[in-house]
Design a protein around this ligand. Structure first.
Ligand code: DX5
Ligand code: ZN
Length: 217
């Protein structure tokens, strides 16, 4: 199985973002957490900053939109030319239409599920997605502990993706570290977001490689 490591810039130094991107140039993509203080109780960055990150990043951008009214906002992120745009199922009124719109604008379409949101209602739309994000913490903050209660959902998502024949990455986000990544990989995840485990390390590039090795083991 392929394995991608996406460091989250949420744990990076926000006044030195260009330099922080350069420190993770061996990563497969950089995960950009957009929060609006409505969908989650935290505020990070929005379109103008993401546009600049897209202009200077050595690796593709993977936007994770933790924002309300995803139907309206997510297409604007796709218009920036991002590699992938992930909206939350709980924040979208018309997720199939929205996923198609993202693809039509040239981005990969991702859909995220909060820890307590079941995957089953969405299994019929897997072919509309390039990535399914199973949140492994409650979205909103970096540095939280991995929720083992999400492992069965990752397993069910993996079985459904394999059974459907659709090419959908299964991303996990929250509490991914050297201590937890193997559990998530064993359950079926193949795209791993890591914030504090990468940017909290002395050598973020080496941390990416270490995580990659553990996920593949
Ligand atoms: C949380 C964000 C995550 C966060 C992960 O809401 O979606 O991407 O940056 O941080 P860690 O890896 O520290 O849990
Ligand atoms: Zn995220």
């Amino acid at each position: 199985m392929t394995c991608s490591i996406h460091p989250s810039i949420l744990s990076a130094d926000f006044v030195n973002l260009e330099a922080e991107l350069a420190r993770i140039s061996t990563a497969d993509a950089v995960h950009v957490d957009v929060m609006d203080n409505h969908f989650v109780p935290n505020l990070t960055l929005g379109l103008p900053v993401v546009q600049r990150l897209q202009a200077v990043s050595p690796v593709p951008l993977d936007a994770h939109l933790m924002i309300a009214d995803a139907d309206r906002w997510a297409p604007l992120y796709a218009d920036l030319g991002l590699a992938s745009v992930t909206f939350h199922a709980e924040a979208a009124t018309a997720p199939i239409k929205l996923a198609r719109e993202l693809r039509a604008r040239g981005s990969k379409a991702g859909m995220a599920l909060r820890p307590a949101t079941a995957v089953e209602p969405y299994l019929d739309m897997l072919a509309e997605l390039d990535m399914l994000l199973v949140m492994t913490v409650e979205p909103g903050f970096g540095g939280q502990s991995f929720l083992d209660v999400t492992l069965p959902k990752i397993r069910r998502a993996r079985a459904a993706v394999d059974g459907s024949g659709a090419k959908v990455g299964i991303q996990v986000d929250g509490g991914i570290s050297e201590a937890t990544i193997e559990r998530a990989a064993e359950a079926g995840a193949d795209v791993f977001v890591a914030g504090s485990a990468v940017y909290g390390a002395d050598d973020p590039g080496a941390a990416v490689e270490k995580l990659r090795g553990l996920a593949r083991a």
